[in-house]
Design a binder for this molecule. Structure first.
Ligand SMILES: [Zn+2]
Ligand SMILES: [Zn+2]
Length: 546
């Protein structure tokens, strides 16, 4: 269950900037996100959104239950209000003079000059960013979730859930830090129109704050999928709930949302396993959408690199336990050394020997002690792989897969079935056993394959003209045809793809600047390629077959 959370200030502003209604903007971005997941072949039982009648119904129900049980407080907040725009201004819509350093263009939440955090009402000469008018400080009533009153319940629940659940160390640490500092009442309403309406007299022109509202999306998205949703969300006896997120979202999932559900007292299913990653950086710095640094989900497919290569590399450096960094040179290196030369090569060789030496039939096997040792190693790696996957340590689990193919490659290399197949009866039997063991360890179809000179020669003759239908020329057995989505080695793939793009742009008579930019990218790719190949010592020549 996943989806887009669509309410809040950010959406409202963006819609204003793009001249769309918030609904139109959300429709567009929801489709965009769904497309990205589908391209990466990441699938969900349901991929929904928070702007639905079910969301309103369930969020308002939780709110009413919290209100009835005395877990909500009312208090006054001083907020800047622009009368000409007719709205309260979120911090990001105010500019003014920094109260600390007198910088004239400080933002309402932070000063870019001295770096200090600012309370928007403290700005000198505040200005509305939308109309440049002068907003005035206006007292306004808001509702707060009484976290101090729920703290005892939260701690009892955490103690119980931490005894059995898998929480990443950072998730536990961040939660403990929040509790150590003592919980404070948290404002759950906002002066906006784009949100779930607050169903209470005196607050009907306000909506729920996005962090009260958004996690309820898990429930409402399920409710949009099936009217049986309460069998999952009000059934902690039979349901185990996993949450996945980056570490900045932890407190909302480990403290605020559980407190909402504990206070609502409706037998809700609370998170059992909270899996939080550290941050993924980009090359030597940080990803930054505003500065255009880094490759983002919607751009990945335009790189020409297949989704499975992205999936492999992003899991390979999944920031488990510590931050990690995406690097183009490393992507190329890991693709070519691990995915292609290690995993792909092993699976391909195993299948190729069966086809080439044994007419596509897995030969009989007579296992020796050496074969048993390989199987024992593979079993050990498999066991560890399953354990790690259960603990959602995906990066480490992937290492086990790569270890299996590394063992398999060594096994093939030592036993040389391509030589033994030409030997006496005993040698040929051994070639059969080694091939049989290898292909059983591989247990998947070829991921991608090298073209053999004989094969290409056969095709050349076949399509040279005057051929009889069905005649394959030399009569040599063709290796298995590749699956519909073959993987590619980046070294043969990236520059040609970029090259195609350049040619297409030229053919379409694209603007010169656009073509130049793509040509520059092509040259850079070629350069990166040379760089990575120049320091690619991990590819021992002996590993190549034959
Ligand atoms: Zn300042
Ligand atoms: Zn204004």
């Amino acid at each position: 269950v996943c989806g887009t959370d669509e309410y809040g200030t950010a959406t409202e502003t963006r819609a204003l900037e793009e001249g769309l209604s918030p609904r139109e903007l959300c429709d567009r971005y929801h489709a965009l996100h769904a497309d990205i997941y589908s391209w990466f072949r990441i699938s969900f039982d349901t991929f929904g959104r928070t702007t639905t009648p079910q969301q309103t119904r369930i969020a308002q129900d939780i709110f009413q239950r919290l209100l009835a049980r005395g877990f909500l407080l009312q208090d006054t907040l001083e907020q800047l209000r622009c009368e000409s725009c007719g709205r309260y201004l979120a911090d990001r819509f105010v500019e003014g003079t920094c109260p600390f350093c007198n910088y004239a263009e400080a933002r309402g939440d932070q000063c870019d000059k001295c770096g200090k955090l600012i309370n928007a009402v403290e700005l000198k000469n505040p200005q509305c960013k939308l109309c440049r008018g002068t907003p005035v400080v206006t007292p306004t009533q808001h509702l707060f979730l009484d976290l101090p009153k729920l703290e005892g319940r939260l701690e009892a629940w955490l103690e119980r859930i931490w005894a059995t659940g898998d929480w990443t160390p950072n998730a536990r640490h961040i939660t403990r830090t929040w509790l150590r500092d003592g919980l404070k009442p948290r404002c759950i309403t906002r002066d906006l129109t784009w949100g779930t309406p607050v169903p209470l007299d005196g607050f009907r022109d306000k909506v729920f704050y996005v962090w009260f509202d958004a996690p309820i999306g898990y429930l409402s998205i399920t409710a949009n999928y099936t009217d049986q949703w309460e069998r999952w969300w009000k059934n902690p006896q039979q349901v185990e709930l996993y949450n996945f997120m980056a570490k900045d979202n932890v407190p909302f999932h480990s403290v605020v949302f559980p407190c909402s559900l504990l206070g609502a007292e409706d037998n809700y299913t609370l998170v059992n396993h909270l899996i939080a990653t550290e941050y993924l950086n980009y090359e030597d710095g940080k990803f930054s959408k505003s500065r255009g640094v880094g490759v983002f989900g919607d751009m990945a497919k335009d790189t020409g690199i297949p989704a499975d290569v992205w999936r492999f590399y992003l899991l390979y450096l999944r920031p488990e336990g510590q931050d990690s960094a995406f690097s183009w040179a490393d992507l190329l290196l890991k693709n070519n050394s691990e995915l292609l030369n290690n995993l792909g090569n092993f699976i391909n060789r195993a299948g190729m020997f069966v086809c080439k030496f044994f007419a596509g039939v897995v030969p009989d096997m007579v296992l020796t002690a050496e074969d048993q040792r390989l199987l024992a190693r593979v079993t050990l790696e498999m066991r560890q792989y399953h354990q790690l996957m259960e603990k959602v340590r995906i990066r480490d689990a992937l290492r086990c897969v790569l270890s299996i193919s590394r063992h398999g490659n060594q096994y093939i290399q030592v036993n040389e079935p391509w030589k033994r197949i030409k030997g006496d009866e005993k040698d040929r039997q051994r070639a059969g056993t080694v091939t049989g063991v290898a292909v059983n360890v591989a247990a998947v179809s070829p991921l991608f394959q090298k073209l053999e000179p004989e094969q290409v020669e056969a095709l050349r003759q076949r399509f040279a003209g005057g051929q009889v239908a069905g005649d394959t020329g030399s009569g040599m057995p063709l290796t298995p045809s590749p699956p519909p989505n073959p993987h590619h080695a980046l070294n043969s793939f990236l520059p040609p793809l970029q090259g195609n793009l350049v040619r297409q742009l030229k053919a379409a008579q694209a603007e010169k600047a656009q073509v130049d930019a793509q040509v520059a990218k092509l040259l850079e790719l070629k350069q990166q390629l040379a760089l990575a190949e120049g320091r690619s010592p991990e590819v021992p020549k002996g590993k190549r077959k034959k």
